[in-house]
Design a protein around this ligand. Structure first.
Ligand code: ZN
Length: 244
């Protein structure tokens, strides 16, 4: 049965198993009584992302008893049809490069619009009011569907089109990569930092590689570069907690 009203204390986190969505998951677990996760199978080259999702969820349950009772179901939605239409370096064997329109080849047109529309349809059925995603304008200037303006417009469209009162929450929107580490530390201390390093996966190449101070990855793709640089900046600053 579809609930008549969305539960204001319920959240659905768009969860890829990466550093950013892990910080979002912790942010949601800190705030909401009922938290579920959703991932998308759009034909990623890397099954390693799907493994990271389960490892992070298991670690959260194991190491944060207060969060274990709040963390509910995980959902994986098959959107491979979309992946086939919107081929990019993330879904096909193409090099990561800048394209003629000034966007990286990792840009998947409309991806966040599709993710959030599917997430809203699922949240409608699950009765969850908050849709939480790791979109960020600060470090990803190339991605137009990460902009808060885009998400405000989409939130309006979803609420009109589904006759609901969803809120698209983007806790990382104005944070730097260094501040995302600081947010993790504020929410879950060095324990959450350890989980982020050991279990999350961000590398575009799907390479777990050797364990670096900032985690696993190839160490020279754009995603690894950002993650490593953010970690180094945060560590050099004395591993602060993000100010509340
Ligand atoms: Zn990499």
């Amino acid at each position: 049965m579809t609930p008549a009203e969305l539960s204001a204390d319920g959240a659905l986190v768009l969860f890829s198993g990466g550093q950013d969505s892990t910080a979002c998951l912790a942010w949601a677990l800190d705030r909401y009584d009922r938290v579920e996760t959703v991932g998308f199978d759009y034909g990623q080259r890397h099954i390693v992302e799907m493994d990271a999702r389960q490892a992070v969820r298991a670690a959260m349950i194991d190491r944060f008893p207060a969060w274990a009772g709040r963390l509910g179901e995980d959902h994986v939605l098959d959107i491979r049809g979309f992946g086939a239409v919107a081929q990019s370096a993330l879904t096909a064997d193409r090099e990561i490069e800048m394209t003629a329109r000034g966007l990286p080849s990792t840009f998947v047109p409309g991806r966040n619009l599709v993710f959030l529309t599917y997430a809203a349809a699922l949240a409608d059925r699950r009765g969850l009011a908050a849709l939480v995603g790791g979109m960020c304008e600060t470090d990803f200037s190339g991605y137009p569907d990460c902009r808060r303006d885009t998400l405000d417009a989409l939130q309006t469209a979803l609420n009109l089109g589904m006759d609901r009162t969803f809120r698209i929450e983007t806790p990382l929107m104005w944070l730097t990569k260094a501040q995302t580490w600081a947010l993790a530390r504020r929410l879950g201390g060095e324990t959450l930092v350890d989980i982020t390093i050991a279990d999350t996966h961000t590398c575009y190449r799907g390479d777990r590689g050797e364990l670096q101070p900032w985690g696993h990855g190839c160490g020279d793709c754009p995603a690894c570069d950002l993650r490593a640089a953010g970690y180094a900046e945060w560590d050099a600053a004395g591993r602060p907690d993000l100010a509340a």
